[in-house]
Ligand binder design. Sequence first.
Ligand SMILES: *[C@@H]1O[C@H](CO)[C@@H](O)[C@H](O)[C@H]1NC(C)=O
Ligand SMILES: *[C@@H]1O[C@H](CO)[C@@H](O)[C@H](O)[C@H]1NC(C)=O
Length: 221
Amino acid sequence: MAPPLLLLLLLPLLAVAAEAVPPNPAAAGGSAPLVPTPWPEQFHAVMFTNLTESGGRLQLIDLYYDWPRGRNLNLIHNQLSGDPTYDVEWTNGTSYIFDSASCRTIRFPVGVLPPDWLHGAVYLGRESTDGFDCHLWTKVDFVWYYEDVLTHRPVRWNFFNGMQQHVMSFEVGGVLEDSHWQAPSHCFADDATAAAATGTDAASSLLRLARTTAAAVTSAA
Ligand SMILES: *[C@@H]1O[C@H](CO)[C@@H](O)[C@H](O)[C@H]1NC(C)=O
Ligand SMILES: *[C@@H]1O[C@H](CO)[C@@H](O)[C@H](O)[C@H]1NC(C)=O
């Protein structure tokens, strides 16, 4: 599904969110946390990603989040596929999605998610997932976010389209050296071919859409 279409589907949700902002149950409960722990400014996470419910397969994704440098990288290893896909997202809205043979450039109106992108999420209570005791939040019924009660690390997040991401490792401060962020020359050739859109692209774009959604809700409030 193309990102613009996803966004159109979200618009009714945004309207509802703007009309009725439900009280956060955590506020009444006392001990429950009000908001998810903000992301560290730099981290490396390995994400086990299950796309089978949204028409895709399984992936292992190395996620390098680098807010100070304004960039985010999903290094995507598809199951039983040798050639990884890079999705390099810059905060100016440009993304390069490439492998050894193909490249696509996508422009988004928003850039990399800020560390507090889950601010304003609605607390849904405690739930055990992947064997961890977690706090669970949702943001405009777009993402469901599980955070470990003890360590405050993210454990899992699910998107509304059925994509599930499980955090297998979470290394605060983990950075990737500059040379790996550079899009290859075939991204800049005049005849750069557009790769077919896959579930892969939808996966990473979802985080950018989350940002778009967050921005829209904030400006509507
Ligand atoms: C992937 O998700 C589907 C749908 O929730 C589930 O049935 C399946 O067991 C999951 N596969 C793995 C390997 O987690
Ligand atoms: C955004 O930044 C990247 C990386 O520096 C650059 O390649 C790209 O051309 C920039 N996009 C725009 C629209 O300036």
